[in-house]
Ligand binder design. Sequence first.
Ligand SMILES: NC(=O)c1ccc[n+]([C@@H]2O[C@H](COP(=O)([O-])OP(=O)(O)OC[C@H]3O[C@@H](n4cnc5c(N)ncnc54)[C@H](OP(=O)(O)O)[C@@H]3O)[C@@H](O)[C@H]2O)c1
Length: 319
Amino acid sequence: MNYRHLGKAGLQVSELSFGSWVTFKNQVDVDAAVEMMAVAYDAGVNFFDNAETYKRGKSEEIMGEALKRLGWRRGSYLVSTKLFWGFHDNPNEKDTLNRKYLLEAIDGSLARMDLDYVDLLYCHRADPTTPIEETVWAMHNIIERGKALYWGTSEWEAADILEAIDVAERHHLHKPIVEQPVYNLFEQHRFGPEYDDVYKKHGYGSTTWSPLASGVLTGKYKDGIPEDSRGALEGYEWLQEGLLNEQRQAVVAGLEPIARDMGATLAQFSLAWCLQNPQVSSVLTGASRVEQLHENMKALHFVDSFTPDVMAAIDRVFE
Ligand SMILES: NC(=O)c1ccc[n+]([C@@H]2O[C@H](COP(=O)([O-])OP(=O)(O)OC[C@H]3O[C@@H](n4cnc5c(N)ncnc54)[C@H](OP(=O)(O)O)[C@@H]3O)[C@@H](O)[C@H]2O)c1
């Protein structure tokens, strides 16, 4: 495993990390979580990602229980959670980054994970109805109270990240240091030119999500939706359009021989492709079973295989 600084922060994250969206509780119970997190940790993964909203807190409970059973030294791993959507149908506790919600919600997450603090706390989405200054102060106070060590954003527009950094600098508050954007061969917009100041000037880090576009980039959806896949899960029907999209399937068919020539599976190829972008600090992987994790961890062998010729071949597939 290699480690990259989270932007210009002192913290280093493993190039591949492991997250629990969809899988924990739906497909992965505590025993399986223990097994999978151990495989990841043994491969050098030091970052485990979660969110309050994942299965309405059950995912945090499972990860907390797994961490307890695994008994790792706290300094040896990073754990995160993310806040925004909330659980309660109440104007102050859903779809918000207001001060009251953030200060109360972090306590709920820590209780569910049975942790004293998270290493990274993300604002899971931007909230246009709350002043960014209010959110920055609340995140600063959470850090000052020792409940999180660093904070970041997820799926924020570049202008909002720059405003948050500016507010923090003006008031000498803890700045956000990391964005959690979607990033895969199909979705690259969060590293567009408008983010140049975020990453290059301010040295923001990134922990990117859905590197396999929920599994499409493994090639598993080319003949429809396999019964044992994410696409067949109750409650996730909304993903099916993207999983079966004809244009995407054509791209997958075009990428397959390039991956094969490299000696990589399509999953390994697609994960390694994310890491050829130096603005990516860590690629958050997801897996519903341990075999996938074994396969995905080997993606690291292929990061240096993306020569100009290979990149040109990929461009031709998209053309
Ligand atoms: N900040 C955000 O808004 C946000 C949003 C989404 C995700 N995330 C984070 O990013 C993490 C990763 O996202 P993701 O789960 O969507 O990643 P992904 O890599 O796009 O999809 C992972 C899923 O693909 C399938 N898969 C993975 N490896 C495979 C392999 N080798 N062969 C066949 N199938 C394979 C598995 O699903 P099946 O086996 O069930 O088909 C697995 O659960 C999440 O856990 C979460 O921590 C963050």
